[in-house]
Ligand binder design. Structure first.
Ligand code: F6R
Length: 607
């Protein structure tokens, strides 16, 4: 995680670095810092906490340097305090880092033995000392970085600034993303195009293993083998990206409310509304020839994958395995070459998902990704990308990206069913019509917000909350619990309804709200039995269902949220909204930092 920026400018760069770091705060926000050259001398300003603390510090103690590097941190090694905040520096070099240096202990011992004085608990500080050590041995700044990189194990995106070098920034990437911005007589480095958008729209993306030397007149890039190479300069559309909440109090609220629009937009990219058929880009594989699909992702995107499994299996009779990316990668799963691996990611930079994608490629899988950031590393390394058109998601808790991921997975599963002959044209028409109605149902679901807010007042009084669901409502129960715990800090767990009596029922008493997600479908009766079990133990139930479910759930002490009728194939897309709103309003009542909850970051670029 962490966001990095570097600017070779023509006027003082601190204000532009702060602006860029604001756009990178989604990558971490526990401390921040910048370094510039003041009359040729490395000078740093660093502050614990949100970026505004650094901004305040710079107002009190401004910097005038026209070259600089900056960082917003999500702590991996060392507490989030000022000492551990980046840039890390010696008297010769300052560095900002996104990633983890796995062999930092070994390097630290070696460099301490040669007199280096370490002052922080971070892994990054070894990089500054290693480069300094090589410079003290006679190498110039560029060669010193070049010689240091092979000694680093782990993942990194790095930007270096050197004492006395007013026209030089060096960048390098292995594992973590890094882009070069090409301005008019100015050059930049940044974690992504969004950070660089106020400065330039001309962006080139470094490839893994690249090393870049930036001067105001341009950049030279070297590949992993040290050969000079060119990375294409692309026009980035990120400039139109506006970090605005509109009339909403939080980005999360805005993003929840955007769902009818962005899901409609995403569906229109994969559905021909006139013929009511799914229309996908040309596929580099044939669904009819696959014997299995592997879906991998993390967190909310993983839960989207779990829902996708139900659809692929039902519509296309195709076995699907869904894995948490960090597990698939290390569990030595056998792959049959020629099968399909699907990766789901909002950011497209999640380190575990990316590493698993590379692992699947090495094992001869076709690689398809469903990503929201079209310029991301996962998108660029995939054989086929099916973008979600959610627009920038700023709130750390994923909402609109999740439902857009579901929209794409549903279209894919329908296409698979058609290709495998398990869906007739009529079946496809019915499923597509149901999808087309989703944005309308979402708007109806949003109208329940005042009721949901009232229920949230009760939820906010509790320490534990249970979510139950069956079928596709089970992964949604997992997602509901994740949403609640990550933004309200109330402990929550999601269970498959049938699992209740295998352990979690021991938790039930009058103090535990149980949120049951149960549209009236073929497993509804079973879920009613589970609710009876909860009610018999005085558990307080909130039932999210439809008119028929509301009529038939004859249980006392139930609060009911009634959503419109809709075909079971699309319920997860619509039921996600009350689940998100319940978490959102609970967090607002609890007074937490909804958009930037503690300890989290939007883009998880470390393992
Ligand atoms: C939860 C949440 C996370 C992400 C996960 C994967 O609200 O946002 O669980 O879903 O970190 O991130 P992406 O989708 O960027 O790969």
């Amino acid at each position: 995680m962490c966001g990095i920026i570097g600017i070779l400018g023509r006027e003082p760069v601190a204000p532009a670095m702060i602006e860029a770091l604001k756009r990178l705060e989604y990558r971490g926000y526990d401390s921040a810092g910048v370094a510039t050259l003041e009359n040729g001398h490395l000078t740093r300003r660093r502050a614990e906490g949100k970026l505004r603390k650094l901004e305040e510090l710079l107002e009190r103690k401004p910097l005038q340097g026209q070259i600089g590097i900056g960082h917003t941190r999500w702590a991996t090694h060392g507490r989030p305090n000022e000492t551990n905040a980046h840039p890390h520096a010696t008297d010769r070099v300052a560095v900002v880092h996104n990633g983890i240096i796995e062999n930092f202990n070994e390097l630290r011992t070696e460099l301490s033995g040669r007199g280096a004085k370490f002052t922080t608990e971070t892994d990054t500080e070894v990089i500054a000392h290693l480069v300094t050590d090589l410079m003290n041995g006679g190498l110039g700044p560029i060669d010193a970085v070049r010689a240091a990189l092979p000694r680093l194990k782990g993942a990194f995106a790095l930007a270096f600034l050197f004492e006395g070098e007013n026209d030089l920034l060096v960048g390098a990437r292995r594992g973590s993303p890094l882009a070069i911005g090409h301005g008019d007589g100015e050059m930049m480095l940044g974690s992504d195009a969004i950070a660089l958008a106020p400065l330039t729209s001309n962006i080139s993306y470094l490839e893994d293993g690249d090393f870049a030397v930036l001067k105001r007149g341009g950049a030279q890039v070297y590949d992993a083998n040290g050969n000079e190479t060119k990375r294409p300069v692309l026009r980035s559309g990120a400039a139109s990206f506006l970090v605005e909440k509109g009339n909403f109090r939080h980005f999360m609220a805005k993003e929840i409310h955007e769902q009818p629009e962005v899901v409609g937009h995403t569906l229109s990219a994969y559905i021909d509304f006139a013929t009511e058929r799914v229309q996908l880009p040309e596929l580099p594989f044939d669904f009819a020839k696959l014997d299995r699909i592997a879906i991998s992702a993390c967190g909310t995107a993983y839960y989207a994958g779990l829902i996708g499994k139900y659809w692929f299996e039902r519509f296309a009779r195709l076995p699907v395995e869904v894995d948490i990316a960090s597990e698939l990668r290390y569990r030595e799963a056998p792959f049959t070459p020629g099968n399909l691996a699907i990766f789901v990611s909002q950011s497209g930079e999640t380190a575990d998902t990316l590493a698993t994608l590379r692992h699947a490629k090495e094992h001869g899988q076709h690689v398809l990704s469903i990503v929201n950031v079209a310029t991301s590393t996962i998108a660029r390394e995939s054989e086929l990308v099916m973008p979600t058109l959610a627009g920038p998601e700023i709130g750390v808790a994923s909402t609109k990206a999740f439902t857009c991921q579901l929209a794409v997975l549903a279209c894919l599963a329908i296409a698979a069913g058609r290709a495998r002959g398990t869906l007739t044209e009529e079946d496809e028409g019915n499923l597509v019509r149901a999808l087309i109605e989703v944005p309308r149902h979402m708007s109806e679901a949003l109208a329940l917000e005042p009721e949901i807010e009232r229920l949230a007042r009760d939820i906010a009084k509790n320490r534990d909350v249970l979510y139950l669901g069956r079928g596709t409502s089970y992964p949604l129960a997992l997602e509901g619990a994740l949403k609640l715990k990550e933004i309200s800090y109330i402990h929550a767990e999601g269970y498959a309804g049938g699992e209740l009596k295998h352990g979690p029922i021991a938790l039930i008493d009058a103090t535990i709200p149980v949120i049951v997600i149960a549209p009236y479908d073929r497993v509804f009766e079973k879920t009613v039995s589970n609710m009876q079990e909860v009610a018999a133990r005085e558990g307080r139930i909130i039932l999210i269902t439809d008119p028929r479910g509301a009529r038939e759930a004859t249980i006392e002490s139930v609060a009911i949220l009634t959503l419109p009728d809709m075909p079971p194939s699309v319920t997860p897309l619509v039921y996600a909204l009350p689940v998100q709103l319940l978490a959102y309003h609970t967090a607002v009542i609890m007074g937490t930092d909804v958009d930037q909850p503690r300890n989290l970051a939007k883009s998880v670029t470390v393992e």
